[in-house]
Design a protein around this ligand. Structure first.
Ligand code: MN
Ligand code: MN
Length: 430
């Protein structure tokens, strides 16, 4: 009964196919092409050990070990075969590394919003994600908040505004693949535009306990200020004050704005325009790195100075390719999967490893400095965002580390992978 979804698992792919997968991976070629014959031999020792483990798994699949005669949630199992029946190399516990926006309640009104915070994914103490949709003309109300806001456009077009402390105003339009960054406390707005039906975007905040429901809204402030104080503060007469909103607007429909040029002209001439650039064309930029297996675009404070606390990478992994074994020295990693299917294993000391599957709209998490890789397990491009609460993107590649070491050192390490108990036999009891 279960063989249908078991067949889709990567460990049931034949050895031959698996080797093709390895060959396609640029990182594997780097690893094997590291120079000395000794190094190549050492690498093959590791591969043989893997093959042995795969053999064990296949044996377990042929006998009745993995049978499950009771109840199961089959749609979930089909999407997450490795999460449910992990590879034999998985061990121990590293805490939650997966959640999905498709489990998060949507708040609907002129669009919708839902979030994955530390409440849903308790390991993520540094970052919260919000997925938001604004229909054509709809506003995310004028507001500000305690966290920095980084955003990536997933669909359509939007107009954003943000006010600088010096009184200058930034106004710009963003399209699919563009991003923006608003510093904590800076008041801003977002409005869905045509010609498509508004927009959808991902917001990333640099606080795990951030909540999109707890931002400083202009309407809520007005509703909680005595009317006579509003009249005094804004030179409005009482009938005008009586027309102000009495509760929060949050997301609400409105007419489409004028053209960008007209809006820019309305907010002022050059002397009143923002000297700081708050938007960036991420998808349109040339790849930071490109290999046969895929490409990556990195945006952080080095090429987008306003993004002082949030670093990002937009990664595309081709079918058969993998994001090689690596880690990040300066932050935990929060991921958003945009397209395709992937499988990630996260490694933590002493001997913990957890493998899980990721689909579009899922969120992944990697504890600070933990080792990990991501394999494209589908037949289309795997596209995801890597997000860090850090001024700069930084990573270490295992392949690169091994490639830089004296070959003898590598050989010593990769050929003495006997168990500790074999190297140091336990003392006989007296
Ligand atoms: Mn905001
Ligand atoms: Mn990473």
């Amino acid at each position: 009964m279960r063989s249908g979804w078991l067949n889709n698992r990567r460990r049931t792919v034949s050895d031959q196919e698996k080797e093709i997968d390895f060959a396609k991976s640029p990182s594997r070629r780097i690893f094997l092409g590291a120079g000395s014959a000794a190094l190549a031999t050492a690498a093959f020792v590791g591969l043989a050990a893997n093959a042995q483990q795969r053999e064990d798994t296949r044996k377990a699949e042929r006998d009745r070990s993995s049978s499950d005669p009771g109840q199961e949630n089959r749609p979930l199992l089909r999407e997450n075969p490795n999460s449910n029946t992990p590879p034999p190399t998985d061990h121990g516990d590293i805490g939650p590394i997966w959640y999905s926006f498709d489990l998060a309640r949507k708040r609907m009104e002129g669009g919708w919003t839902h979030q994955v915070t530390q409440r849903e994914l308790p390991s993520s103490k540094d970052i919260t994600g919000v997925n938001m949709r604004l229909t054509r003309g709809s506003f995310r109300e004028l507001h500000w908040h305690t966290a920095d806001e980084w955003a990536f456009m997933l669909y359509g077009n939007a107009r954003v505004t943000v006010l600088n402390p010096d009184g200058t105003m930034f106004v710009d339009d963003v399209s699919k693949g563009d991003l923006w960054h608003f510093p904590a406390g800076f008041p801003h707005s977002i409005q869905g535009l045509g010609p498509d039906d508004g927009c959808e975007f991902l917001l990333v905040f640099d606080e795990g306990m951030f909540s999109e429901d707890n931002t400083f809204l202009i309407s809520a402030w007005l509703a909680h200020t005595p009317p006579e104080m509003l009249a005094k503060n804004s030179n409005l007469n009482r009938p005008a004050v009586a027309k102000l909103p009495t509760s929060e607007l949050y997301i609400f429909p409105a007419a489409l704005p004028r053209s960008l040029a007209e809006d820019k002209a309305k907010v002022g001439t050059r002397s009143e325009g923002s000297p700081i650039q708050y938007t960036f064309k991420m998808e349109a930029m040339a790849p930071t790195k490109k290999t046969a297996g895929g490409e990556v675009r990195i945006v952080d404070s080095r090429n987008f100075p306003v993004s002082k606390n949030i670093a990002s990478a937009l990664v595309t992994v081709k079918p058969g390719g993998m994001r090689e074994l690596h880690w990040h020295p300066n932050a935990s990693e929060w991921q958003f999967y945009i397209a395709g299917k992937g499988c990630m294993t996260v490694f933590m000391p002493p001997e913990n490893a957890r493998t899980m599957d990721f689909n579009a709209n899922d969120v992944g998490f990697i504890p600070p400095v933990a080792g990990h890789y991501i394999e494209n397990t589908g037949d289309t491009d795997l596209v995801f965002l890597e997000m860090f609460k850090a001024p700069q993107y930084m990573d270490f590649s295992m392949n690169n580390w091994i490639r830089r070491l004296p070959p003898e050192m590598v050989t010593s390490h990769l050929t003495s992978m006997r168990r500790r108990s074999e190297r140091f036999p336990p003392k006989t009891r007296r």
